[in-house]
Design a protein around this ligand. Structure first.
Ligand code: C2O
Ligand code: CU
Ligand code: CU
Length: 461
């Protein structure tokens, strides 16, 4: 078996089989040890040193779990800086959320932290550090987490695509992860686009088969504009949760915006003709469209039809009561001149450019922060998200899922999510039930914005 099959759960690794194939070192007594470490990898022409992963020579693996079943991870830190691991999109106990100072102390060099949680929802999620976030994510530490449905949804195989950029120089060494000019505006884009740390990998799947394609944008900055070239497809889940409406399949000229933190699951019918390829394409600014990943039909099999798939079972999300919901407004904008951010153990970019409700985040440190709002457990709320800047912000809320109910700029399908992309000058109302107690980080997922002020938290009592 190829290494990528071990790590990425290719065609042979589905559902229970996928769980069984996790390396034995990783499944010690049901506890997987995740060792945060330096890595070297050939992203482009030469090997790039100074990467951060969970092994010395491979991308962070896909972590597999099952809805309603406990997962346990010990995160061990072998770097000479602090870290903390966050499980993006999982509605789990606050103490397991991995946010330094808010939910746990950062994990120091040679220290570990034992995470244990039971994912209530099936779907596509991901994990990344929430301390030294800019450096560690930019250098590679972003991985996908797949939570299988309790009931097999009937695909022949699946493919997980972790999209992200790296910022490399001509010798394939890391460039600085950000520039001040980028952080103050739309973010600093990477210059090497990858899928699963490779440029345009092609994966084989049986001709005529039904493939579940899980696409995750784990980049620190780029809003990917994606579309499919070839194949019959349907969008079946968005940001982890099954969709309840028919969404257009993104095609050339009408791409889908997938912002940092967001995920889309597609059901794909492979071409019946051997050798035919379906491309996951990205529209990149002032460049020809790029093949991010290909799926190639191999062999010959009976042609299956998308209509054979029954809809995914809904996740157990509480419906907000809009008649009784209390409204809270949050304004995302630039900051008045503020203090330099606190410099705790979790890194600072050294600038403050952004704010929520005119308050810049004081920094990932032990002092100087207060909740932006206090929500009463079990009650329904409408949060009005107002973008007062010309830049786009994928606003992410930990620990809770929410649904958009209106925008001043477009009609939004009612897709449950944890990360809402705000366009220029857009105001979006989202609704939720505050059913998970704790202090939940609330921030832009453009990491340069997050780390220069566009962060806060909501307290659910
Ligand atoms: Cu995916 Cu607070 O992050
Ligand atoms: Cu998160
Ligand atoms: Cu932002």
């Amino acid at each position: 078996m190829f290494r990528r099959d071990l790590l990425f759960g290719g065609a042979a690794l589905l559902g229970a089989a996928g769980l069984a194939h996790l390396g034995s070192a990783m499944a010690l007594h049901g506890v997987q040890e995740l060792v945060v470490q330096q890595a070297t990898y050939q992203l482009r022409h030469q090997r790039t040193a100074g990467m951060v992963s969970l092994s010395s020579d491979a991308p962070p693996p896909v972590l597999y779990g099952r809805q309603g079943q406990e997962m346990r991870f010990t995160v061990r830190n072998t770097l000479d800086e602090y870290t903390a691991m966050h499980w993006h999109g999982l509605r789990i106990a606050n103490a397991m959320d991995g946010v330094p100072y808010l939910t746990q102390m950062p994990i120091g060099p040679d220290e570990g932290f034992a995470y244990a949680f039971t994912p209530p929802d099936a779907g596509t999620y991901w994990y990344h550090p929430h301390c030294m976030t800019m450096e560690q994510m930019a250098h590679g530490l972003t991985g996908v987490m797949v939570i299988a449905e309790a009931e097999d949804p009937g695909f022949d195989s699946e493919e997980v695509i972790n999209l992200r950029d790296f910022r490399l120089d001509a010798a394939d060494a890391f460039l600085p992860a950000f520039t001040a000019g980028g952080a103050a505006r739309g973010g600093t884009m990477g210059n090497v686009q990858t899928a699963n740390w490779r440029q345009g990998p092609v994966y084989d799947h049986s001709a005529g088969s039904l493939v579940r394609l899980r696409v995750v944008n784990t980049d620190t900055t780029r809003i990917y504009k994606l579309y499919l070239d070839g194949g019959m497809a349907r969008i079946i889940a968005w940001d982890g949760h099954p969709v309840s409406v028919e969404l257009p399949v993104p095609r050339a000229g009408a791409p889908l915006l997938l912002a940092p933190g967001q995920r889309v699951d597609l059901a794909l019918a492979m071409p019946v003709e051997e050798g035919r390829q379906v491309g996951l394409m990205a529209d990149l600014h002032s460049q020809p469209p790029r093949l991010m990943a290909g799926l190639r039909a191999v062999g010959s099999g009976p042609a299956r039809n998308l209509a054979e798939l029954k809809p995914l079972a809904r996740n157990p999300l509480a419906q907000p009561d809009l008649d009784r919901a209390e409204l809270h407004e949050f304004v995302f904008g630039w900051t008045p001149e503020g203090d330099a951010p606190n410099d705790g153990f979790c890194g600072t970019l050294g600038y403050t450019f952004w704010s929520i409700n005119r308050t810049a985040w004081a920094g990932d440190a032990a002092s100087g922060t207060a909740p932006l709002a206090v929500l009463e457990r079990g009650k329904s709320y409408v949060l009005r998200l107002r973008n007062e800047s010309p830049n786009l912000h994928p606003v992410h809320l930990h620990g809770l899922a929410f649904v958009p109910i209106g925008s001043n700029r477009r009609s939004l399908p009612p897709l449950w999510t944890d990360t809402m992309l705000l366009l220029k000058d857009e105001v979006i109302d989202i609704a939720l039930v505050a059913d998970n107690p704790g202090d939940w980080a609330f921030h832009c997922h453009v990491i340069e914005h997050q780390k220069t002020g566009l962060t806060g938290f909501l307290r659910v009592t």
